[in-house]
Ligand binder design. Structure first.
Ligand code: SF4
Length: 208
């Protein structure tokens, strides 16, 4: 783990080099394989299959992540519904970094920031109090309402691990990186959370 902390002070591509050298070969539902001189990616449920559709560009990652197996748009890129039956062959570490960012945006950067000891997950109420326009009302969200949204939206609908505390006094959950995986951290409530928070506040009885 010490070498990982050392790599966290390098560029993102060098950090990723350190990560794969340590044998970290999974992120979310994606398995990373060494395929010299590059890498190949596929859905974890397609390990060992030979009948996959082959892609070659890191930009293809965006298309792979766009829709689920039914062809429906995936508004939340960390929902556990990544489509199957594809293989993305990449010729370099830089291409791997771009592809991972296309499938799981910011995951690598968030992990590097956590390893560097950076504070990247402000308390929920700080974030909600900063909202303007249609989300300004979310500043009124109670702790109980926030917990209900986490239970209904984030678990089990999202693979990210929430790092933000609800209230400022709370230290927040400790980041955990499962063995052999690039962790997926949630550092700020996403737009789906904000939408649910707005709904929760607006659906209260008028007198409240
Ligand atoms: S708030 Fe975070 S954990 Fe919850 S659904 Fe959005 S990205 Fe996932």
């Amino acid at each position: 783990m010490d070498s990982l902390h050392a790599a966290a002070h390098e560029s993102l591509t060098d950090f990723l080099f350190g990560v794969v050298e340590l044998g970290v070969f999974q992120i979310g539902q994606v398995v990373i394989e060494k395929n010299p001189p590059g890498f190949s990616l596929r859905h974890e449920a397609d390990t060992g299959r030979e009948d996959l559709e082959i892609f070659h560009s890191p930009e293809d990652a965006l298309g792979i992540a766009r829709c689920d197996d039914s062809g429906d748009y995936r508004p939340l890129k960390t929902a556990p519904n990544l489509r199957r039956r594809w293989e993305l062959r990449l010729d370099s570490l830089a291409a791997l970094r771009l592809a991972l960012d296309g499938i799981y945006p910011a995951a690598l950067g968030n992990w590097r920031a956590v390893l560097r000891g950076e504070k990247i997950a402000p308390p929920l109420h700080e974030t909600l109090d900063r909202q303007t326009g249609m989300y300004r009302i979310t500043g009124l969200l109670t702790q109980h309402e926030a917990a209900r949204i986490i239970d209904s939206l984030c678990r089990p609908g999202c693979l990210r691990q929430i790092l933000w505390p609800i209230e400022s006094a709370d230290p927040g959950p400790a980041p955990a990186a499962p063995e052999g995986r690039i962790p997926l951290f949630c550092t700020n409530p996403c737009s789906h959370f904000l939408g649910k928070a707005r709904e929760a506040v607006k659906s209260r009885p008028v007198e409240s």
